[in-house]
Ligand binder design. Structure first.
Ligand code: AMP
Ligand code: MG
Length: 425
C-alpha cells in the first residue's frame, strides 16, 4: 500500500494565502464571443470602453426650470419662458441657448441648454404662455449631471477579469455592446471516493450512502465560473483510484471528496504521493473540513510514470473531506478562489459581513469554525444564530441555514448580542 505524505496543517489564513498565491499565478484560457443576453455571470476577457461621453449631454436630473442661477439672486423675478425641453430628440434644428432673463421648462433626462447652469423647482405667482413670475426657489442644487461627468469617451468602463453582473451588463448595453468577449469556463473534474458511496441510479444497500457531494460540487463549480465534469465513483482501492485520478487530471482542476482523513482506507493522499504530487497543505485548522488537502502534480507526457521527461505544466488538485457539509465549506474557502482564477476572474479578498449573535455560543478552542447559521430579524436588526446540527454530515441542517458563522480559534464563548463574522451562502 502506498505511503502517506508528511503532514502540513496550516491555520485557516495561511492555507487560504497558499491558495491565493497559487491562484494569482494562473492565467485564464481561451475566450469566446457571446451575446449580451448570455454573458451574465461570465468573466470579461476583453475590456469595454465608453464609445462616447457619459452622459453624452448635460442631463437634467429632475423636472423643473432650466435657468441661470444668477437670475434668481433677487426674488421675485419674471423670466421669459422659451419653451419646453423633454427627453428625446430635440425639436427642429435651431440650436437652443438660454440667455439672461430666460427660462425653459425642462423634464428629467432632457439635455440642459447651453447657458443654463441650474435646473430649479420654484413657486410662482403667475405663469403665462411666454413668461413666469418666480417667487421662491424650492430645494437647492444644480440638478444637472455635466456631460462626461460619469465617464469620458474612450475611458475604461469594464476591465478584463470582471464578473458580469446586471450592472456590468447594463453598462455594456449603454455603450452599445451587443456582444462581449468572455473566457471559456475551465473544466473542473469531480471525483467522489469511498467504498460505501453509490450513485443515484443504483440500488442503495442498507449500509451504503448515496453520492451527494458530486452534485453539491457541480453547483458550486458552476457558480464559481467552472464547468463540472463528474467522474465515476472511485473505490477505496489504489489501482482503480489512481486510474480515475489520472483521468481527472485531463481537466483543468481536480476536486476529490472523501478519503483524505487518517484512516487505513483513506488512500487519496498516498496515491497522489505515488504520482509525485507536491502537497501544499494537508490540513487546515478549521471545522468543518480539517483534513482538506491542496497540491499539484507535474502534468504532461510521461508525467506520472517518472520517465524523466520534463513535465509540461502543473495540475492542481483539492482533496476535500467527504462529510457533505465539510465538502461544501472547504470548496467555498479554498477551491472557489482557484476556480475563479482559472476562469479569468480578478482576485478578490474573502470578506465577511457582521451580525449580532442572537444567542450565546460555546465551542472548543483551536479551530476556526464555519458553522451553519441563520440570519433572522429584519433590516438593521438582523441577528445570526447557529442552526442545530448533527455535525458535518447533516445536509438538512445546511439547507435550513443561509450563512456560516465564523468563530475565531481563540474564542470558546461568545455572548448574545456580540458582533460576529458571517459568511453569506
Ligand atoms: P471520508 O472523508 O471518506 O472519511 O468520509 C466522511 C463521511 O462522508 C463518511 O460518512 C462518508 O460516507 C461520507 N461521504 C463521503 N463521500 C461522500 C459523498 N460523495 N456523498 C455523500 N457522503 C459522502
Ligand atoms: Mg471514505
Amino acid at each position: 500500500m502506498p505511503a502517506s505524505p508528511s503532514q502540513s496543517v496550516l491555520s485557516f489564513e495561511d492555507a487560504r494565502r497558499v491558495v491565493e498565491d497559487h491562484a494569482s499565478q494562473r492565467s485564464p484560457g481561451a475566450s469566446e464571443t457571446v451575446d449580451l443576453m448570455r454573458a451574465a455571470g461570465r468573466i470579461l476577457a476583453s475590456p469595454v470602453a465608453a464609445d462616447r461621453d457619459i452622459p453624452p449631454f448635460p442631463r437634467s436630473t429632475r423636472d423643473g426650470y432650466a435657468v441661470r442661477a444668477a437670475d434668481l439672486a433677487q426674488l421675485p423675478v419674471r423670466l421669459a419662458l422659451k419653451g419646453e425641453l423633454k427627453a428625446g430628440p430635440l425639436p427642429g434644428s435651431v440650436p437652443i441657448t438660454l440667455n439672461p432673463g430666460e427660462a425653459f421648462s425642462i423634464m428629467t433626462g432632457a439635455p440642459v441648454p447651453p447657458g443654463a447652469d441650474a435646473v430649479v423647482m420654484v413657486e410662482y405667482t403667475s405663469r403665462e404662455r411666454d413668461s413666469v413670475e418666480i417667487t421662491k426657489q424650492i430645494a437647492s442644487g444644480e440638478n444637472i449631471v455635466l456631460q462626461a461627468a460619469e465617464a469620458n469617451r474612450g475611458s475604461l468602463l469594464l476591465p478584463r477579469g470582471l464578473r458580469l453582473n446586471e450592472a456590468a451588463i447594463a453598462l455594456a448595453a449603454s455603450v452599445g455592446k451587443s456582444r462581449l468577449k468572455v473566457y471559456i469556463r475551465p473544466r473542473v473534474a469531480v471525483l467522489a471516493t469511498g467504498d460505501e458511496i453509490v450513485d443515484l441510479d443504483a440500488e442503495v444497500g442498507p449500509s451504503q450512502i448515496r453520492n451527494s457531494n458530486s452534485y453539491s460540487l457541480a453547483v458550486q463549480i458552476q457558480e464559481a465560473g467552472g464547468d463540472p465534469v463528474l467522474l465515476p465513483i472511485a473505490p477505496d482501492e489504489p489501482v482503480r483510484l489512481r486510474q480515475l485520478i489520472e483521468q481527472g487530471f485531463h481537466a483543468d482542476l481536480l476536486l476529490m471528496t472523501g478519503g483524505v482523513s487518517m484512516g487505513r482506507y483513506d488512500l487519496v493522499e498516498p496515491v497522489l504521493a505515488e504520482m509525485r504530487a507536491e502537497f501544499l497543505f494537508t490540513g487546515a485548522k478549521i471545522q468543518p473540513g480539517r483534513p482538506v488537502v491542496f497540491g499539484r502534480v507535474p502534468y504532461g507526457a510521461g508525467a506520472f510514470s517518472g520517465e524523466g521527461r520534463l513535465p509540461e505544466s502543473n495540475k492542481y488538485f483539492f482533496g476535500l473531506p467527504g462529510n457533505p457539509v465539510s465538502t461544501m465549506v472547504t470548496f467555498e474557502l479554498f477551491a472557489r478562489p482557484l476556480i475563479e482564477a482559472l476562469a479569468g476572474m480578478s482576485a478578490r479578498p474573502l470578506t465577511f459581513l457582521h451580525a449580532r449573535l442572537k444567542s450565546e455560543i460555546r465551542v472548543k478552542l483551536g479551530l476556526k469554525r464555519f458553522l451553519p447559521a441563520i440570519l433572522s430579524g429584519q433590516y438593521e436588526n438582523t441577528q445570526a444564530e447557529l442552526v442545530p446540527w448533527q455535525g458535518s454530515g447533516d445536509i438538512a441542517a445546511r439547507v435550513r441555514s443561509n450563512c456560516f458563522l465564523v468563530i475565531p480559534p481563540d474564542r470558546e464563548h461568545m455572548r448574545a448580542g456580540e458582533w460576529a463574522a458571517v459568511l453569506l451562502r
